[in-house]
Design a protein around this ligand. Structure first.
Ligand SMILES: CC(C)(COP(=O)(O)OP(=O)(O)OC[C@H]1O[C@@H](n2cnc3c(N)ncnc32)[C@H](O)[C@@H]1OP(=O)(O)O)[C@@H](O)C(=O)NCCC(=O)NCCS
Length: 195
């Protein structure tokens, strides 16, 4: 397994390990975490399988999903998880995802974790565009994306099939030139009291 960490003042994004499965399964199964997520783990075995599969994922390989744990740096506490989808097409835009444990919300961890993923994609991987999707009713998710300057590109009406019904889907994106323009302000998001 290739080592992979993205580090800020208060949190670190690191690769998922087998030992993370029980805690991830516990909070990902909570209704308030799962409500707008397409992935709802069926059982602990499924999450353990994800952890095993992640050991072979090389960051950045087209057609792969990189699952990362968001952990506090001071005590290693797992506060959530995030991920980057590297789509199969050579010029396709990576897509971001994130979920926090409910008792670790509202401290800026999600904003900082998203900022770390953007920094990695634009500064290290030199990608051209990053995309994120969310249900428009998911206001905390919309707020994180807007706080980081992602632009709303679309509000698709009843376009997404989610647990037996059609729901709206919002698409947010950022271009490399937009990242460059806002870079200094965005990097400060991990330096405040939050993360
Ligand atoms: C989406 C989700 C990750 C957002 O979490 P969040 O806690 O609102 O986001 P953050 O951790 O960035 O915290 C932001 C809050 O911390 C505050 N904050 C404190 N310090 C901060 C800092 N340094 N930087 C940014 N915000 C900071 C913000 O003002 C904001 O406050 P508010 O909650 O009163 O608006 C969370 O709601 C979640 O896990 N939802 C379930 C899973 C999900 O739906 N994921 C998205 C799928 S598309």
């Amino acid at each position: 397994m290739t080592d992979f960490t993205l580090t800020a003042r208060r949190i670190v994004l690191r690769r998922m390990q087998a030992a993370d499965a029980p805690v991830l399964y516990a909070y990902r199964s909570l209704p308030e975490v799962a409500r707008y997520q397409d992935w709802l783990p069926h059982d602990l075995d499924e999450v353990q399988g994800l952890a095993r599969a992640q050991a072979d994922v090389e960051p950045g390989v087209p057609g792969s999903w990189l699952q990362l744990i968001i952990a506090r740096r001071d005590d290693g506490e797992v506060v959530g998880d995030c991920g980057i989808l590297f789509p199969a097409g050579a010029h396709a835009s990576p897509e971001l995802g994130i979920a926090l444990r409910p008792d670790h919300r509202s401290r800026g961890y999600a904003t900082c974790a998203t900022r770390l993923m953007l920094e990695h994609l634009f500064d290290t991987r030199k990608v051209h565009r990053v995309v994120a999707r969310t249900d428009p009713r998911n206001l905390p998710s919309v707020a994180v994306l807007q706080r980081l300057g992602l632009r709303q590109e679309a509000h698709l009406r009843r376009s997404h099939w989610h647990r037996g019904q059609w729901v709206d889907d919002m698409i947010f994106a950022m271009l490399d030139e937009e990242w460059e323009r806002e870079r200094k302000r965005l990097l400060a998001h991990c330096e405040g009291d939050g993360a």
